[in-house]
Design a protein around this ligand. Structure first.
Ligand code: HPA
Ligand code: ZN
Length: 327
């Protein structure tokens, strides 16, 4: 088969997709009209027919947060999640674990239950309609306080049926994992799985990866490909089976390097690396495009492309999801 057909036909799992990063300019315009709002100027300016346009993390976050203004009702959150799930189904994604940023909504007056109920109804509807399994990972915004994160964790306790884990995203500069040690310890005690963004090209990125592994005891790391610089940490993630959720197209835009070399090196060293789409509406690539990027821009073999998906199913928290939903 043709490589593109091979990639498109592979059953996939996605473990690193931000629901708010699935807001396309088209959906933002539709929701703005429905809510009788006008789109913020920063959002309109960055909109193109292919998706949003920007050039680094700062300019991305400067569009990402204002665009969320259009999300007002549970129905809006439902439609946002459904927009992604329909596309994921077309990309042969069988299982996904979706990040969301509740504090980006509660901080502008949207109640926590509105956000979760809207997302949850879409996940259940997609499961019934096309058999895709999907659950939520709640991210704390690391540029906000640990106290706000802890209060958000308390808000999430009644929703353990759909929220299986907690993560950490937004601006990593001067916001190390250790800032949230108490929050993650409590989350683990409550039964949530743990993951964290350890972004590449970050000044203290190796130290942040070390903290995530040794002090927080994460189950996964999001991005984290520059762990290749530290063989001791590589040995630890191999021993503990800690997986890495890498995002090639996102990295190619935010850091101008898709990290194909690092992904392949880690894969061939038996580290459980995976390929994911991060913020597909913003980085203009869903599951197939991200796998294709690795397939065409590295010397990866087809068997190894399959291994990347095996890794994703293996490091997924699907068994916990089944426990919550069926047993
Ligand atoms: N990096 C940091 N924070 C984020 C991202 C990202 O790519 N997407 C959503 N929140
Ligand atoms: Zn991310």
């Amino acid at each position: 088969t043709d490589l593109k057909d091979f990639v498109e036909g592979m059953p996939k799992a996605e473990l690193h997709v931000h629901l708010e990063g699935c807001l396309t300019p088209q959906l933002a315009a539709k929701l703005a009209a429905r809510n009788k709002m006008s789109l913020p100027e920063t959002v309109t300016k960055a909109s193109t027919a292919e998706g949003f346009a920007f050039h680094d993390l700062t300019s991305f976050l400067a569009v990402y947060y204002p665009a969320m203004e259009v999300l007002q009702t549970a129905n809006d959150f439902h439609d946002l999640a459904m927009d992604y799930l329909v596309k994921a189904h077309r990309h042969n994604v069988k299982h996904c674990e979706l990040f969301f940023d509740p504090q980006a909504h509660t901080s502008r007056g949207i109640p926590f239950p509105i956000v979760v109920m809207g997302y949850r109804s879409a996940l259940l509807q997609a499961q019934r309609a096309f058999g895709i399994s999907a659950s939520l990972i709640m991210c704390f915004l690391r540029d906000m306080s640990a106290e706000f994160a802890m209060a958000t964790l308390m808000d999430a306790l009644p929703y353990k049926d759909s929220i299986i884990g907690v993560g950490l995203d937004s601006d990593e500069r001067d916001n190390p994992p250790s800032k949230f040690a108490a929050v993650f310890q409590r989350a683990s005690k409550e039964g949530f799985f743990l993951t964290m963004h350890c972004d590449i090209d970050q000044k203290n990125s190796i130290e942040h990866i070390r903290q995530a592994i040794e002090e927080i005891q994460v189950d996964r790391i999001d991005h984290g490909t520059n762990i290749v610089e530290d063989t001791r940490l590589v040995d630890i993630v191999k021993t503990k089976g800690i997986g890495l959720t890498c995002c090639p197209i996102s990295n190619s835009i935010v850091t101008r390097d898709f990290k194909g070399k690092e992904i392949l090196e880690l894969l061939r060293n038996d580290v459980k690396v995976t390929v994911n789409s991060d913020d597909p509406a913003y980085f203009r690539g869903y599951a197939n495009e991200n796998v294709l990027k690795v397939a065409t821009d590295t010397d990866v073999e087809r068997q190894e492309l399959v291994q990347l998906q095996r890794n994703a199913f293996n490091i997924s928290w699907i068994s916990a999801w089944r426990r919550n939903h069926f047993l």
